[in-house]
Design a protein around this ligand. Structure first.
Ligand code: FES
Length: 124
């Protein structure tokens, strides 16, 4: 189902609290995260080296990539780790800490909708 750019991607009942699930949306792999009562959608390709964030897990409020354990805030896509331990005076290292792209999510009548038409919100 699609209306005004919103695409139904899953039923809310299929995404239990604290769970992570990958879905294909218009040819793009997206990871849905059910965190603190809200559903968030991020690009499933890890900004570090392309690892599968949809195969990651939620740990201590962060989406953890299974390849090198980078951690992302599911609400914003911001890198939590290793950003918190990288020295500020080494910009060549910080280049690796791009945020994961996020997409708008709406939940209506038990269905999760994602809109891809807006530019992803990932930031460096
Ligand atoms: S590819 Fe995800 S942490 Fe390296």
């Amino acid at each position: 189902m699609e209306a005004n750019g919103w695409i139904a991607v899953a039923r809310l009942a299929e995404l239990s609290a604290g769970s992570v699930r990958g879905v294909d949306v218009a040819g793009r792999r997206i990871v849905l995260v059910h965190f603190e009562g809200q559903v968030y959608a991020l690009d499933a390709r890890c900004p570090h080296r392309g690892g599968p964030l949809d195969q990651g897990e939620l740990y201590l409020g962060a989406l953890v990539c299974p390849w090198h354990n980078f951690r992302y805030d599911p609400r914003t896509g911001e890198n939590i780790f290793p950003a918190n331990v990288y020295p500020d005076d080494m910009p060549q290292l910080r280049e690796q800490l791009r945020a994961a792209a996020c997409f708008p999510v709406r939940v209506q009548n038990g269905h999760i909708f994602v809109r891809l038409s807006d530019p992803p919100s990932g930031r460096v």
